[in-house]
Design a protein around this ligand. Structure first.
Ligand code: SF4
Ligand code: SF4
Length: 375
C-alpha cells in the first residue's frame, strides 16, 4: 500500500481509504459484527484513513466506527468525520461536534470537515462572528479536533476560492472517470498544501457496471471497470486518498488488491486517458452522481434513475439495455399505488432543480431523456 502526504499536515495516509457511508445494513441497521470485521481487516491490511459522517447509515455509522476502533485500532488510523450543521449560530455546530465525540467514543477527531459547503454559504453562514468557523478554531485549540477540512459539492471555480481562503488543511471532493470537473481544483489544492481525498471514485457504483469501454481506458492488465475507476483516481498525483464506500468483505479485498499495485500513472498514460475520456464525454454533457438530493419528486419521477439510464445510453452506448430499463419505469409500485417514475411523466414544475449540487437543469434534461429513451 502506498502512503501519501496529506498536504502540509505531516499525516501520511493510505492511498485507499475506507468510506463508511455504505456499511452492510439489514432492516435499516448496520450489521455491526460484519462492519467491524471489514473495517479491522482493511486496517490490518494497510488502510489508515477512515471516513464517516453524522448522518451515514441512519446515524449509526459513527457509532459502529467507534466500536471498530476499540482494542488498539484507534491509534492505527486517521479518523475523519463531518459536521452537517449549516447555521450561523456556532452553538449548534459545537453541540453536534460534542455528540459526534460521544457517538465515536473518542477524545479527538483527526480530520474534521464542514460537510458539503459551497462558497456563498461559507461567507454567509460559516465565517460570521461566533459561527462555525470560530467554533472550529476553538475546537482545534482545545485539542478535540486536529485538522480542519471541508467537503465540497459546489461549482469547480468555487473550490479554488475556498482553497485560497487559507482556512483549510484538506478537502474531500467528487472525482472520477466520468466527472473530472474538479481536476484543476485538485491540482490547485495540492499545490497549496491541502490534502485531497476523493469520494465517489467509482461514481456511486455506476462505474462498477461491467464495461469493456471503461476497463480498456486504463493501461495494463485491469480486471474490471471498478478497478479501472480506482486506478484512474489513484493515478492522479494530486490525490492523497481514494475513498471507497465498501459494503462487503469481497469489495474490501478487491480494493485492497487494486491499491496494492496502484500508483501514480505516468504523464503520457494520463494524457492518453484524458484524450480517450474527452472523446467519450463529448457524447454527453450530462452527469448525475446519484446523490438523491433532488428527491423525492412530488410527481413520482425517479430522477437519478432516469439519468443513470441516459448515461448508459449516451456515454457507454448500452442503448437497448437503457431503453428496456427505462420502459420499466412507466409503472412503479409505491405502497398500494402505481406511479409513473419515468421522465415522460415530468410536469416541468421545477421543484427539483435548485436542490441539485451538480447544477443540472433537471426539467430540461428530463425532456431529453424522455425523447431519447422513450422512442
Ligand atoms: S421538474 Fe419534473 S422531475 Fe423535477 S420535481 Fe418537477 S416533476 Fe419532478
Ligand atoms: S439530479 Fe442532481 S440532485 Fe438529483 S441525484 Fe442527480 S446529482 Fe443528485
Amino acid at each position: 500500500m502506498e502512503y501519501r502526504a496529506y498536504g502540509n499536515t505531516g499525516l501520511r495516509l493510505s492511498l485507499l481509504g475506507f468510506g463508511c457511508m455504505r456499511l452492510p445494513m439489514k432492516d435499516e441497521h448496520v450489521i455491526e459484527d460484519e462492519a467491524i470485521r471489514m473495517l479491522r481487516y482493511a486496517i490490518d491490511h494497510g488502510v489508515n484513513y477512515i471516513d464517516t459522517a453524522f448522518f451515514y447509515c441512519n446515524h449509526e455509522s459513527e457509532i459502529v466506527v467507534g466500536r471498530a476502533l476499540k482494542d488498539g485500532y484507534r491509534q492505527k488510523v486517521t479518523l475523519s468525520t463531518k459536521n452537517p450543521v449549516h447555521e450561523p449560530d456556532g452553538r449548534k455546530w459545537r453541540q453536534t461536534l460534542d455528540e459526534q465525540l460521544r457517538k465515536l467514543d473518542v477524545e479527538r477527531i483527526d480530520v474534521y470537515h464542514f460537510h458539503g459547503i459551497g462558497w456563498d454559504e461559507w461567507n454567509e453562514k460559516f465565517i460570521v462572528p461566533g459561527g462555525p468557523a470560530d467554533e472550529m478554531r476553538r475546537a482545534q485549540k482545545e485539542g478535540i479536533v486536529t485538522h480542519c477540512a471541508f467537503s465540497f459539492h459546489d461549482k469547480p471555480e468555487n473550490l479554488i476560492k475556498l482553497v485560497d481562503t487559507g482556512f483549510f488543511e484538506g478537502v474531500l471532493l467528487q472525482y472520477n472517470l466520468l466527472d473530472r470537473a474538479n481536476e484543476a481544483g485538485i491540482a490547485h489544492a495540492h499545490e497549496k498544501g491541502l490534502g485531497v481525498v476523493v469520494m465517489g471514485p467509482v461514481g456511486g457504483g455506476r462505474l462498477a457496471a461491467p464495461s469493456d469501454g471503461i476497463r480498456k481506458l486504463i493501461p495494463g492488465p485491469v480486471q474490471s471497470s471498478a478497478e479501472a475507476a480506482l486506478r484512474f483516481v489513484m493515478g492522479n498525483p494530486g490525490v492523497t486518498v481514494a475513498l471507497s464506500g465498501m459494503s462487503t468483505m469481497e469489495q474490501v479485498k478487491e480494493n485492497l488488491a487494486t491499491a496494492e499495485t496502484a500508483g501514480v500513472l505516468s504523464e503520457s498514460d494520463r494524457a492518453q486517458i484524458a484524450k480517450n475520456l474527452d472523446e467519450v464525454k463529448a457524447l454527453s454533457d450530462l452527469y448525475c452522481t446519484g446523490c438523491n438530493y433532488c428527491m423525492p419528486c412530488p410527481h413520482g419521477i425517479d430522477i437519478p434513475r432516469n439519468f443513470e439510464l441516459m448515461n448508459y445510453y449516451r456515454v457507454w452506448g448500452l442503448k437497448d439495455y437503457a431503453k428496456e430499463r427505462y420502459a420499466r419505469l412507466k409503472e412503479r409500485k409505491v405502497e398500494d399505488n402505481i406511479v409513473e417514475a419515468w421522465a415522460a411523466a415530468c410536469t416541468q414544475c421545477g421543484e427539483c432543480e435548485p436542490k441539485c449540487p451538480q447544477n443540472i437543469p433537471i426539467p430540461k434534461q428530463m425532456k431529453e431523456v424522455a425523447a431519447t429513451l422513450g422512442t
